[in-house]
Write a new protein. Structure first.
Length: 226
């Protein structure tokens, strides 16, 4: 179940990751509003902007927020690395207002249809859900949160354009797949979701392909069950 709450309800306190020995320590904040640091809740795509419509909270288990951690979590909810590790086209960029400026996406995951190895090749052919990951870790706003640009796309023969209402649909399908208890690679996750309003403007102005967004960003808090 998703719950609505306003952006104003978020406690945006500074926090950073601490490594003690080999133990990752949990950060102290969900995320920082990119706009407060001169950034945007949209990334930069070829024909406009795409919404960063899901955030994995910096209050998640810190192991989830690493490169290996987000891969395993993605596989737990039905996504995996791109087909044979190959990426076509230029990476998208985003400015998360953390002092790093505009940076390339960290990684991209595609729906895997139940197969970590070859399922994303099917997605590349017939279309499906996918998301790009951007990490908020700059010196001005080091939340460690992962901002996801989620969208559902059309088949290769339609140039992987976004389906009608594909940003909202992609977000909703990812959240539905994630919420609750999920497992992969010997790790079990408990995932809670909250909808945030006031962070992203609704509408289609400046959005890639002119596809409107509803202005909702979903915050996921992912906790590893010990």
């Amino acid at each position: 179940m998703l719950f609505n709450f306003s952006l104003a309800a978020l406690a945006l306190a500074y926090g950073s990751a601490i490594v003690t020995g080999l133990t990752l320590q949990r950060r102290a904040v969900d995320f920082f509003d990119p706009a407060q640091g001169g950034g945007s809740i949209f990334d930069n795509a070829t024909f406009g902007r795409e919404p960063l419509n899901v955030i994995i909270s910096g209050l998640s288990s810190p192991e989830v927020l690493t490169d290996d951690g987000i891969l395993n979590f993605a596989q737990a909810i039905g996504f995996s690395q791109e087909c044979l590790g190959l990426h076509l086209g230029d990476p998208q960029t985003a400015n998360l207002g953390d002092g790093n400026g505009s940076v390339n996406q960290t990684v991209e995951f595609r729906e895997d249809f139940g197969s970590d190895f070859l399922g994303t090749c099917l997605e590349s052919l017939i279309g499906g859900n996918h998301f790009r990951v951007f990490r908020q870790n700059g010196p001005q706003a080091n939340s460690g949160a992962l901002f996801l640009a989620v969208s559902k796309e059309q088949p290769a023969n339609k140039n992987h354009d976004i389906i009608p209402d594909g940003y909202n649909i992609g977000r909703n399908e990812l959240v539905e797949a994630a919420v609750g208890t999920k497992s992969h690679g010997g790790i079990t996750y408990q995932v809670e979701a909250k909808n945030i309003t006031g962070l992203m403007p609704a509408g289609s102005e400046g959005v890639n392909h002119g596809i409107a967004v509803d202005g909702i960003v979903t915050l996921l808090t992912v906790t590893i069950q010990k």
